[in-house]
Design a protein around this ligand. Structure first.
Ligand code: TXA
Ligand code: MG
Length: 349
């Protein structure tokens, strides 16, 4: 299959292009599109054949449910059994935006889209290209991140092209992927709302709107033996090709440890990449040292992390050492993704 790649400027959107993209979805095809978090790989959420195609294009296990993207609030009611009052408050506060809400699904949503579950994950993205595209696609676009299963989610079109060329009909290449980590997922089907995946919308932000919110305990407890509640969080996700290890401790001891490990690795012939910060980047010995930004700038760390992991892949780095980051606000999402990318390998110094 030949994949059409079209550049689109979100400040001056070419509506004809978006109409063409929408038509592809309505005819059962697949289109990758930018959102404010990461690129999505879209298909018609109400068409079971489209969902099957998405799983095939990603090489994703079909028990891992997809997020249904909508562009207006009226479109929520038909795909769920009921909308609890708290969900209206959530939508008012955070939609459109990087929040995915789990609700009980209606019969309109095929089980292929929800990986066999009776619940459905719904998100209304804020990216203008995503919004118009969803509208032209008929209102319901199932979209996982547009990466091959197991690779870091794409934050740039070139990574979508790398993973999806020849597998899907069209790629919309746009900018405005400002957040860089996937949406926060909150499950609203239980008594207490529960975060299944941390993201830009933090627990504190949700609690201001909802009152008490719990957190799936597998998110940050690396020793937890229970399976995570979001099926997709079970897999070793976001994985770079190089072996990643996190080193956590005071700045000085962390740098010393990483430099010691780097020397050992280089003597074995490994190519070493380091994930550093602005404050520390000049103090390392690795072959490739990349800064995620200032340690205090969580937005920059989130936006840069997946790009750096992909760049290390491109540069065929075989061993990666990363500093650890704090777990306040968005730091929790950053550490959750980093730990998964590291297959939970962390050294405390
Ligand atoms: O920011 C995002 O959410 C991006 C963009 C494209 O919108 N999408 C994304 O989709 O990250 P994906 O498929 O890569 O991750 C969806 C996650 C998976 O971990 C999946 O298991 C979980 O959401 N999920 C989906 N439906 C669910 C459900 N009904 N119950 C529990 N978890 C669900
Ligand atoms: Mg994903």
């Amino acid at each position: 299959m030949e994949t059409k790649v079209i550049t689109i400027d979100h400040n001056a959107m070419d509506l004809e292009v978006l109409q063409e993209a929408g038509k592809i979805i309505q005819n059962g095809g697949l289109v990758a599109f930018p959102t404010e978090t990461v690129y999505g790989l879209g298909g018609d959420a109400l068409n079971q054949e489209s969902s099957k195609k998405i799983y095939a294009a990603k090489g994703r296990p079909s028990d891992n449910p997809l997020i249904v993207h909508i562009c207006k609030m009226e479109d929520l009611a038909p795909i769920v059994q009921e909308i609890p009052e708290a969900v209206f408050r959530l939508a008012e506060a955070f939609w459109p935006g990087p929040l995915t809400i789990i609700l009980k699904k209606s019969d309109m949503v095929p089980k292929e889209t929800t990986g066999g579950l009776d619940t459905v994950a719904v998100r209304m993205p804020s990216h203008p290209v995503a919004q118009k595209f969803i509208e032209y696609a008929g209102g319901y676009v199932a979209a996982p991140s547009a990466n091959v299963s197991g690779r870091p989610s794409p934050t740039k079109a070139k990574y979508v092209i790398e993973d999806m060329s020849g597998r899907i009909d069209m790629i919309l290449d746009g900018d405005g992927i400002d957040i860089g980590l996937e949406s926060t997922i909150v499950d609203m089907t239980g008594e207490t709302p529960m975060i299944l995946r941390p993201g830009y919308i933090t627990k504190d932000m949700l609690e201001k709107v909802l009152g008490e919110v719990s957190m799936d305990k597998t998110i940050l407890d690396i020793n937890c033996k229970e399976p995570p509640k979001a099926p997709g969080m079970r897999y070793r996700h976001y994985a770079p090709k190089g072996q990643l290890t996190i080193v956590e401790g005071e700045e000085k001891t962390t740098i010393e440890k990483i430099n010691e490990l780097t020397k050992e690795a280089k003597s074995r012939g490994e190519k070493v990449g380091i994930i550093a910060t602005e404050e520390t980047k000049d103090k390392y010995l690795g072959d490739l040292i990349k800064s995620v930004g200032k340690r205090s700038d969580e937005d920059s760390i989130a936006r840069t992390l997946y790009t750096i992991l992909r760049e290390f892949d491109d540069e065929e780095v075989s061993v990666i050492y990363s500093e650890s980051f704090t777990e306040c606000a968005m730091g929790q999402a950053i550490m959750n993704r980093l730990l998964k990318a590291a297959g939970h390998q962390i050294i405390y110094v």
